[in-house]
Design a protein around this ligand. Structure first.
Ligand SMILES: C[S@@+](CC[C@H](N)C(=O)[O-])C[C@H]1O[C@@H](n2cnc3c(N)ncnc32)[C@H](O)[C@@H]1O
Length: 296
């Protein structure tokens, strides 16, 4: 998936954040932001992690974040500005499309994404591909966090090498990736798509990182040590069909399909949801999470 797919999905993404939040909360708590001087959030989307990081980190600790989708970068910047201007005013996820478009980014240069209010708060956001981050120095960060991104990246080796480069010796990396085994949600979507004739097979390549052993070997190969890795499963409260739960790679296909097939897909999906409800079970997504250190 390229950055245009994520640009198009940027406004829907906020809505699906609530359920997977338990993955990222576990990861963030394991990383101990309070000890860091500089943190990088790689592939930050709409900045879902940032208000929590702000609450945990030291005042003078710098938080940098990047995403290769410019729409995601704008969304994250607008949300952070809203939060900093009025932190007690309701949920930040309630941000409207107008607020994003009209956020006072007058002093905010989209090419360098500099903004005094963000800078005063030690917050920096920029457009960048996690596979190559020439904007960042060697040995710069105490913590590199990347939640639900690495599985999407074309060249995972390059992304992890880049993480290793920008981390200080002794710095920590924290990543989460979804795995197919416990992903009832993705399996069900795929099944309904195939049955409705929308696709013949899974519309994306499964990653070669599916087990704890795979990811531990992968990270050790790139020089990381003190690796802690765990599986986590989360529930989705999918009582009704909501387009927000249709992941971007599927949404693209639906947008182009004939109405008849789309209707057929929704009928099948509705049936699957009701089957799940009769078993008193939620839909689930499973992830592999990992923290590790760059050697001293
Ligand atoms: C599933 S979202 C996860 C976002 C965020 N980390 C969170 O915790 O909610 C994936 C994000 O990764 C971004 N992304 C995918 N590949 C990327 C790459 N090579 N470089 C930078 N960002 C990337 C997408 O634009 C999207 O915003």
């Amino acid at each position: 998936m390229n950055h245009h797919t994520w640009d198009a999905y940027s406004r829907s993404y906020l809505n699906i954040q609530k359920n997977p939040a338990s993955f990222q909360l576990s990861l963030m708590n394991m990383l101990r932001f309070e000890e860091a001087e500089e943190i990088l959030d790689a592939g930050c989307a709409g900045g879902q992690l940032h208000q929590y990081i702000l609450q945990q980190k030291k005042n003078n600790c710098k938080l940098a974040a990047c995403d290769f989708s410019i729409e995601m970068v704008k969304l994250a910047a607008a949300r952070m500005l809203k939060f900093l201007n009025n932190p007690l005013h309701g949920g930040i996820s309630e941000i409207s499309p107008e607020e994003i478009e009209n956020a006072d980014l007058s002093t905010f240069d989209i090419s360098s994404l500099d903004c005094p209010l963000l800078e005063q708060n030690n917050y920096k956001i920029f457009q960048g591909d996690v596979q190559s981050l020439p904007q960042l120095n060697n040995n710069q960060f105490d913590i590199y966090i990347s939640n639900m991104v690495i599985h999407l990246v074309e060249n995972k080796d390059q992304a992890i090498q880049e993480a290793f480069r920008v981390l200080k010796p002794g710095g920590k990396i924290g990543i989460v990736i979804p795995v197919a085994s416990g992903n009832v949600m993705m399996k069900t979507l795929t099944k309904c798509f195939i049955e409705a004739g929308l696709i013949k097979e899974i519309p994306f390549k499964p990653t070669n990182i599916e087990t704890r052993e795979d990811i531990i070997n992968f990270m050790s190969k790139h020089g990381f040590q003190d690796i802690i890795c765990w599986n986590q499963t989360i529930p989705f409260d999918l009582f009704e069909i909501n387009d927000n739960y249709i992941f971007p790679q599927f949404k693209e296909i639906l947008d182009k399909a004939p109405k008849e097939q789309v209707d057929q897909f929704y009928a099948l999906y509705k049936q699957e949801i009701s089957n799940r409800l009769t078993q008193n079970l939620p839909f689930t997504v499973e992830s592999l999470s990992l923290i590790a250190k760059k050697p001293l």
